[in-house]
Unconditional design. Structure first.
Lengths: 299, 299
């Protein structure tokens, strides 16, 4: 029996990656389109899948790993619909509106849940029962995969908005989150760093005391994830994490914050095996989206 | 067919509740014993189940909801074994050592996971897909039940050790946690309150400014649970929560911390339906332990 074909979308804030793949993950076709409004994007998405399906055959399932906030509850009437996003045109847009025409089941999840799933399958999270993938970039978000399935409650997690201790005598910056001021995203995401210092950590030359400050906020998330999810591994990706020395500082400060309280073989001394960079780099998201499409095809 | 019989233990730091029940939850026999060392407790546990089984019939499964830290991973060779507890005699003790003689399967989970399960089944968590139950007493811990199963990673959660913002100009108390100083448990558990002020909140007459301070720490956990688990409801129990006005202050400060960012029908204005007291009171733990025993009997 020929392998089924999977349609996959990694929907990011600046670009969409579109892929047609075999269900074993082999890429057959790939394209990138700019994230404009749904009026522009959705016809391009439809064209891509129409053309590739004409070449390769019918699509058995679609997987979407998307920016948010977006409804990812399959039991919800608005499943797959963007909710409160400030991105012009996207609030109320729904992936099923463009993919429904293909008559195949659609699974929609968040970008970080998709990346977590991709890393769990083929990247730095292989072999983990519980894996947390965090991106620190334009925003901050975490996806937690447990035994091959992304976890959620009534909605996807919003780890970027937890509140780390913020000592204003060390860091007088008030924070840039429009909702919370100095939540994690307001202190440590890319835009917060640029608002505070005018440039990114890398552009600033990654000075140790600035790296240490940002690492302390990210380590607060890392420690909170340990205490509230006990993952087998924490992966930290995203543009901010590329600053030299940052991942190392996050390891050191997380170990310090945990204070030896949680003891397990997973938490190696120095946390070098525990807190790691993504294994798939920029491919994590589309790899996860293909897996979501495979799950859809099985429905 | 007669209903199967379930043996259940709620193992607390000061007392054990033992129960023989029908699998529908009907209690047939119940006893309380003091938590001394396993050398004292385990023979009393064996006697209780031997005698009640002689009267009512053979036991089909055992459920244990226990204090910890304890290994709750069924795949682990030390499943059911206390790990690093400072309680004399308990490190290395294992529930299967006393229950194994009855030849029935045993499921061991934490006290808070048991209480979460009990509240989800018959208490204030009925109808929730995802429920978080937190106790604020001698210690602080949270169990999260998702679709009838307690969640875990490589171990049970340790929510008491997350770090809330701590403004020392408002609260000069350094915190009482031997591992972290001013983690949540070090700031807001019963012993921390008594160390700071000499008495419990209730004994102090629950003065509003002291209630507000303790509530702010507990609200940090509530907001973190929302952002990292998105539960349909948060239940707060335990001795500290009985202080008049505390639950109300936790609601108000949690809503303030979330800042309107998370919007969902679950989060009602004022959070009166969202943050609630336990529905089963002191029966949550043994109710959950019976359910764990029913799960064991199905294995």
């Amino acid at each position: 029996m020929a392998e089924r074909l999977i349609g996959a979308i990694e929907a990011g804030g600046t670009k969409f990656v579109l892929a047609l793949a075999r269900e074993d993950g082999t890429l057959l076709e790939q394209a990138r389109i700019e994230t404009r409004t749904p009026d522009h994007c959705f016809p391009e998405v439809a064209d891509f899948f129409r053309q590739t399906a004409a070449t390769h055959g019918p699509i058995a399932g679609f997987g979407v790993a998307s920016f948010g906030p977006i409804d990812i509850d399959p039991a919800s009437p608005s499943y797959g619909t963007f909710t409160t996003t400030p991105k012009p045109g996207w609030a109320g847009a729904r992936f099923q509106d463009v993919l429904g025409a293909f008559g195949a089941p659609v699974v929609v999840d968040t970008d970080v849940n998709g990346a977590a799933l991709g890393e769990w399958l083929q990247g730095a999270g292989q072999g983990c029962n519980t894996l947390a993938y965090t991106t620190v970039g334009t925003g901050i978000g975490t996806g937690v995969v447990r035994l091959g399935k992304p976890l959620m409650g009534f909605s996807h997690y919003e780890s970027g908005h937890i509140t780390p201790p913020h000592d204003r005598s060390l860091d007088p910056f008030a924070g840039s989150c429009p909702y919370h001021g100095d939540c994690l995203e307001g202190l440590a995401a890319g835009p917060a760093i640029e608002k505070r210092w005018g440039q990114s950590l890398s552009q600033l030359g990654s000075p140790p005391e600035k790296v240490e400050l940002i690492a302390s906020y990210i380590a607060h998330l890392a420690a909170s994830l340990v205490l509230l999810h006990m993952p087998d591994r924490l992966i930290f990706g995203g543009g901010v994490m590329k600053a030299p020395g940052l991942l190392q500082a996050v390891r050191r400060l997380t170990e310090q914050k945990l204070g030896g309280y949680v003891r397990a073989p997973q938490l190696d001394p120095g946390l070098e095996q525990y807190i790691v960079a993504p294994g798939l780099g920029d491919l994590a998201g589309i790899t996860g989206a293909i897996e979501l499409g495979r799950i859809a095809a099985d429905q």
